[in-house]
Design a protein around this ligand. Structure first.
Ligand SMILES: [Zn+2]
Length: 399
């Protein structure tokens, strides 16, 4: 999987062109209002460090396009003009999030305020693009049937799946990746699906979803560990996502934790996801390689997977120690495709944690709390906060 169409690596740092600055500032305004719900222009200027004139221009445009709503004026103390609080208009625009993994496709539609408006879930079986595209199209038409009027103001789709992306010898190798996606990029998918598509890794989308909907809303530095068929991490550092040079930051499934350990399809031995993943669970419990056997196991209490927990815990504890020492994070959030009771058992098995730059035992590990749709909801936020999303220009021109 490639995230973008091939383009030459930039050799120099380019200056800011005005169009880019405008869309970047618009994104800053939208994100800041979403986080704070209601803000006056003066508060926006302070929080975004933009000039009052820039804030005034951007908010005028977004109000005109119906993306922002103006509230009743409030007087701030005795002096000055009354200020108008601005909020996101839930019906100002809509966005779709699609999570594709080995076993499920979950598609959600959210409004501008992030509220779930429609949802579809379909079983899949390790789909290639050729198999997945018709399923995604069907999910889109089902979403449209649930909320047809929203289609007029659709910003696009965030499509997320397991990584890594575009890494020779890793991307489409082995049972933890989805097959046949290495030649696909967002441009091709946008053309095939008839709307702007942003691609991202599932772990990164989970980190966004947990930030917007779950237990990470107050954290400035955390890592989301996504235990799926493989293992990935979403990095949220200093208040923003960290994607890495080629969007593969957090691909910790291939971090070596046992130099002479189990062979991995990437060519190394002892990769972390050979011990901590649904695939590793199935192998450890000697399950047949099919979805049914795993589903049946996960329907039991986590004691049924005790042998796997005992092999996973020390390796994961080591990885958490590395993440804490390297990144000085406030917490590691654990989520993914395990049922909640199994996630809890995995977290419990990690205590006591090794000492690191973080000392408190209690708050260093958190369970993902945004629920089963965390990845799809995080994916749906991608088009809303994508400063390059061309749909904004369409909505603004239509106003
Ligand atoms: Zn590996």
């Amino acid at each position: 999987m490639k995230l973008h169409a091939d383009k030459p690596e930039a050799l120099t740092v380019s200056g800011t062109n005005l169009e880019h600055a405008r869309s970047h500032n618009r994104r800053a305004v939208l994100e800041t209002i979403r986080r704070n719900q209601r803000l006056t222009r003066a508060e926006l200027a302070r929080l975004t460090a933009l000039t009052p004139q820039t804030v005034s221009n951007i908010t005028a445009e977004l109000l005109e396009a119906g993306i922002l709503l103006a509230g009743a004026p409030v007087r701030d103390g005795a002096r000055g003009q009354p200020a108008i609080p601005l909020s996101l208009n839930p019906d100002g625009a809509y966005s779709i999030g699609v999570q594709l993994d080995h076993r499920h496709l979950i598609a959600v539609m959210v409004d501008m305020a992030g509220v779930l408006r429609a949802r579809v879930e379909t079983p899949v079986d390790r789909p290639s693009p050729k198999q997945a595209l018709p399923v995604i199209k069907k999910a889109l038409s089902d979403l449209k049937a649930q909320s047809a009027s929203a289609w007029e103001r659709l910003l696009g789709m965030g499509l997320v799946m397991p990584g890594p992306f575009g890494v020779q010898g890793m991307t489409s190798v082995g049972p933890t990746t989805l097959p046949g996606w290495e030649a696909m990029d967002a441009t091709q998918l946008s053309a095939a699906l008839g709307m702007p598509v942003r691609l991202e890794k599932d772990a990164t989308a989970a980190a966004i979803g947990e930030r917007l909907y779950g237990s990470a809303s107050t954290l400035q530095n955390y890592v989301y560990l996504f235990v799926g068929t493989g293992l990935g991490a979403g990095l949220f550092l200093d208040g923003s996502l960290y994607a890495g040079g080629r969007h593969n930051a957090g691909e910790i499934g291939h971090m070596i934790v046992e130099p002479d350990g189990l062979h991995c399809e990437c060519g190394n031995r002892g990769c972390l996801e050979r011990y901590v993943s649904l695939r590793a669970l199935g192998e450890c419990m000697r399950l047949p390689d099919d979805n049914e056997a795993l589903r049946a196991l996960l329907a039991q209490p986590p004691l049924a997977g005790d042998a796997w927990l005992r092999q996973a815990a020390p390796r994961l504890r080591q990885a958490i120690n590395i993440l804490e020492c390297l990144l000085d994070i406030e917490a590691v959030v654990i989520g993914g495709l395990l049922p909640p009771a199994w996630q809890q058992a995995l977290v419990d098995s990690l205590h006591p944690l090794a000492s690191s730059t973080r000392s408190s035992q209690a708050s260093r590990l958190r369970l993902g709390s945004a629920g089963r749709d965390v990845v799809a909801l995080g994916a749906a936020a991608l088009p809303i906060f994508d400063e390059f999303n061309p749909q904004y220009e369409v909505l603004l021109k239509r106003a």
